[in-house]
Design a protein around this ligand. Sequence first.
Ligand code: NAD
Length: 246
Amino acid sequence: MQRFKDKVVLVTGAASGIGAATAKRFASEGAKVALVDVSDLSATASSIGQDAVLTITADVSDRSQVDRMVEETVARFRGLDVLVNNAGVYSGGDPAKISDDDWHKVIATDLDGVFFGCRAAIPHLEKTKGCIVNTASVSGTGGDWNTLPYNAAKGGVVNFTRSLAMDLGKRGIRVNSVCPSLTRTPMTEETFKDPEALEEFNARIPLGRPCEPEEVAAVIAFLASEDASFMTGANIPVDGGVSASN
Ligand code: NAD
């Protein structure tokens, strides 16, 4: 499939995990890809052809760096068709002991970063009738124990997605999100090292196993494609059936 031939796609958090898999998926379908991260992007970039890739070091929680990431992408590739707001961090713990720093870091990265990215991209996406896909989480659609900052941020992304879709629909821009459950990435490596914890997770997943980053990337690519031309404001579970019981 070459659904994104000559399209320009910007993916944040592209150095590892879901973002790296997503960037590779778009590139494999013909897109020119701007990779954004605070971490080293060379591994992702080297797996994609040189002409089709741009690497940008930027912190999504900093509005001026986000404005720059969009400007650099548009300057290099002459437009923007798809924005994937994927960068994220996790923090949790006993709510009585969460520090201000932990709270603000998660909200700033996982929620402010999505807003900054969308705000900067809207004028460009209006020109191309482009779209936005946010990486939310099953953590954004229900409560859980000891995950307060993360769940608050991801819950914000879920309702942000709905509201922005309403604001932008008549301007020709679609906005959707994916809501993955436990996925094998560096963010969750501690869980994958702990057989008991993994077994506990798997027991709650109807498909009986965790998700692979490529399985999230495939749904992100679908939502960004013309195959999803009548979808906007949707928060799509990629969760092996976890949300079926809610
Ligand atoms: P990951 O840690 O492999 O990737 C996250 C990437 O975001 C990293 O490369 C990191 O450097 C980058 N990043 C962090 N803060 C940043 C910032 N301020 N600016 C720019 N880049 C920044 O984890 P992942 O699992 O691939 O996470 C990707 C997204 O998927 C996140 O939004 C995460 O919350 C979400 N998610 C993950 C899971 C899971 O189980 N792994 C489940 C649901 C949702």
